[in-house]
Design a protein around this ligand. Structure first.
Ligand SMILES: Nc1ncnc2c1ncn2[C@@H]1O[C@H](COP(=O)(O)OP(=O)(O)OP(=O)(O)O)[C@@H](O)[C@H]1O
Ligand SMILES: C[C@H](N)[C@H](N)CCCCCC(=O)O
Ligand SMILES: [Mg+2]
Length: 268
């Protein structure tokens, strides 16, 4: 199984957009995929009927520990848009709680949301917890396990631990999504340095156009990154919009060779 971690130069740079495109490309090429967004901040309550409560918890951590005490009023669970997109794009269908075990309502830094959580039965956000949930998915029979981070690379988990420790313990290869906007050179180069300092492999990077406005001197900025990042530029993702968006994405996907760059040659 190929284990990939998608990070970005910041929050809102297109990690989920790129992850979904990659999952679509993998599915088209015949790969079985599993996807995970272990930590999501910015969630909505999804009410379910009691008949459909399997694998759900009404605590902020969506069944983050199967041995944990469950809330008494099991009327629903927290869902995040990114996690739902990943869940839908992966070929192996998993219950929501497996895709996103740590779900926080406010759209803020997750460790702060976790600290604000008043439920004493809550499972603390930690490297050990993330690894436990990730290992369940890593044990599944898929070709690729794709894990999306939250925010940028150096995301705090708690007072002592950060997301990179989890990525390092899981020994995932990293894909960096660069949101092509002014300031991205510094963010991208610092992120690459931090990943390499942990001895992790950068599988490649993606230049993503997350807004309709192309930055001034786009080509020169791209060339600057290409000359300084040793890992391959996997794709330049345009800004997709409008009613024809899905069709445009399919056409765009057909023109890409990022799977071979990731050494994932087509299975079919
Ligand atoms: N290539 C693109 N074309 C069109 N819209 C895009 C593109 N990339 C990103 N966006 C839009 O920009 C916003 C942020 O993208 P996205 O949610 O993928 O960011 P993210 O890095 O995953 O953020 P988070 O840190 O919250 O996980 C979304 O509304 C998304 O639809
Ligand atoms: C809510 C947002 N969309 C992300 N899911 C979380 C971003 C955390 C950023 C933390 C930080 O680096 O300041
Ligand atoms: Mg996202």
């Amino acid at each position: 199984m190929r284990k990939l971690f998608i990070t970005g130069t910041d929050t809102d740079v297109g990690k989920t957009e790129v992850a979904v495109l990659l999952l679509n490309a993998l599915a088209r090429a015949g790969f079985d995929t599993v996807a995970m967004k272990p930590i999501a901040a910015g969630c909505e309550w999804r009410a379910v009927s009691s008949a459909n409560m399997q694998n759900c918890s009404s605590t902020q951590t969506n069944g983050a520990d199967s041995e944990s005490p469950r809330s008494h009023h099991q009327s629903g669970y927290w869902v995040n848009e990114d996690a739902l997109k990943l869940q839908a794009a992966a070929t192996l269908q998993l219950p929501y709680s497996k895709v996103n075990p740590f779900a926080y309502e406010p759209a803020i830094a997750p460790h702060i949301a976790a600290m604000a959580e008043k439920n004493s039965a809550e499972i603390p956000l930690s490297v050990t917890q993330l690894l436990k949930h990730w290992q369940h998915l890593a044990a599944l029979d898929a070709d690729v396990l794709l894990t999306e981070g939250a925010g940028g690379w150096q995301l705090p988990l708690n007072a002592l631990e950060d997301m990179p420790s989890f990525v390092s313990r899981a020994n995932m290869d990293v894909i960096l999504v660069v949101g092509m906007r002014l300031g991205c050179l510094n963010h991208a180069l610092l992120t690459i340095s931090a990943i390499k300092a942990l001895g992790l492999k950068v599988a490649g990077w993606v230049a993503n156009q997350a807004t309709p406005d192309v930055m001034p001197m786009y080509k020169e900025n791209l060339a600057t990154l290409r000359s300084r990042i040793a890992a391959p530029l996997l794709a330049e993702v345009p800004y997709f919009s409008g009613a024809e968006m899905e069709a445009q994405q399919q056409v765009w996907l057909e023109q890409q060779n990022w799977l071979s760059q990731l050494k994932l040659s087509a299975k079919r």
